[in-house]
Design a protein around this ligand. Structure first.
Ligand SMILES: NC(=O)c1ccc[n+]([C@@H]2O[C@H](COP(=O)([O-])OP(=O)(O)OC[C@H]3O[C@@H](n4cnc5c(N)ncnc54)[C@H](O)[C@@H]3O)[C@@H](O)[C@H]2O)c1
Length: 336
């Protein structure tokens, strides 16, 4: 198999996860360079330990390198659309972290540039690669649940991010619920037509003062006629709570959380099991690896990526409708 050359922009949490997945789980991939404006000695040492050949402060070192065939964009959200457009114009295949942008027009403009360039594009909706959620999607797609009636998604973080991040995140629906909107499309195979969102700040009043919510329930009407409900919290004291149920005419399928072990202690005081895996880096590590494997496979085999341009756009459009509903207090149609 021919060696495939990759460059990474952004050496933060998720940039490192993807570098490690490529190194450990994808055959014949060379990470030629990584760029981050805050590159320092610690990051350089880490890059060397990963076998990454160059570590620079300028993202254009990645985009302009003629040997690099695919770029992973793992920098902050506000850089994504510009970097995607530059990489596409340079003929690089692109994996970009979610979301492309918080502005719909900017996303559409970026999609046009990618489509014109003909490069492959994959958006970082990692939950599509989670073993539990894939089982749900596969059972639903195989017709085992029959006609879908109710889809329930529970998605609660163990703790909220800092207020500085909340202020620039685009709001909980774009930053966090976006994964749940994607999951809904993924497991149901249907588009969302209407959204009714109720939200408040019960975890931290400062989140409310910053103009965001930390607790929400969102009901959604799907084109398939099914009804969905997403419940979100920025703080579940027992850890990362990520569950889905699809209920339909032939039965239901549901998944629980992944635990560090299945050990259960029974004693005179009660019965105790493990808490869920703490957060996304623990729960979704295998999914992140699978995501990289499937991206490189799609580029190598010239097939569609498992999460493409439309998949990148739709959840942001649903998030905008959710935000509009939160403000109006009424159900809102999703504008496509
Ligand atoms: N799919 C997921 O599960 C998931 C999880 C976490 C983050 N993300 C997304 O990944 C992106 C990065 O998040 P993170 O948690 O890794 O953040 P982070 O802050 O840990 O890392 C971002 C990195 O980008 C660097 N950076 C800053 N400005 C830059 C610029 N102009 N050009 C290039 N690099 C720049 C920073 O120095 C930092 O090292 C965000 O868009 C976020 O939404 C996705």
């Amino acid at each position: 198999m021919k060696e495939f050359t990759v460059g990474i922009i952004g050496a933060g949490r998720i940039g490192k996860v993807h570098a490690e997945s490529l190194t450990k789980y994808v055959s014949n991939v060379r990470i030629k360079g990584i760029a981050d404006p805050f590159m320092n000695d610690g990051l350089r040492e880490w890059a060397i330990s990963m076998g990454i050949e160059t570590a620079s402060t300028n993202y254009q070192d990645i985009i302009r390198d003629p040997e690099i065939e695919a770029v992973l964009i793992c920098s902050p959200t506000e850089t994504h659309s510009d970097y995607i457009q530059e990489a596409a114009r340079a003929g690089k295949h692109i994996f970009c972290e979610k979301p492309i942008d918080t502005d719909i027009e900017k996303i559409k403009e970026t999609i046009e540039v990618v489509e014109q360039s003909g490069v492959k594009f994959q958006i970082g909706f990692n939950r599509r690669f989670d073993h539990n959620f894939r089982s749900v999607r596969d059972a639903v797609a195989a017709g085992r649940i029959g006609e879908q009636h109710i889809i329930r998604i529970t998605s609660r973080d163990p703790s909220p991010p800092g207020i500085d991040y909340i202020k620039v995140s685009g709001g909980m629906f774009i930053d966090m619920t976006i994964h749940d909107f994607d999951m809904l499309r993924f497991v149901s195979g249907s588009e969302v037509e209407e959204v009714y969102a109720v939200g408040t700040s019960l975890v931290n009043p400062e989140i409310g003062l910053a103009g965001d919510v930390d607790t929400a329930v969102i009901t959604l009407k799907l084109a398939s006629k099914a009804i969905a409900v997403i419940d979100n919290s920025r703080q579940a004291v027992y850890g990362y709570d990520q569950r889905i149920e699809v209920f339909g005419s032939k039965g239901s399928i549901e998944t629980g959380n992944d635990l560090p072990s299945t050990a259960v202690i029974s004693s005179a005081e009660g019965v105790t099991a493990e808490k869920p895996l703490h957060f996304f880096l623990e729960r979704y590590m295998a999914a992140y690896s699978r995501e990289m494997v499937e991206f490189i496979d799609a580029v190598r085999n010239d097939t569609d990526t498992p999460a493409g341009l439309t998949d990148a756009l739709r959840p942001v459009q649903i998030a905008k409708a959710a935000l509009a509903s939160l403000l109006s207090g009424k159900p809102e149609k999703v504008i496509y």
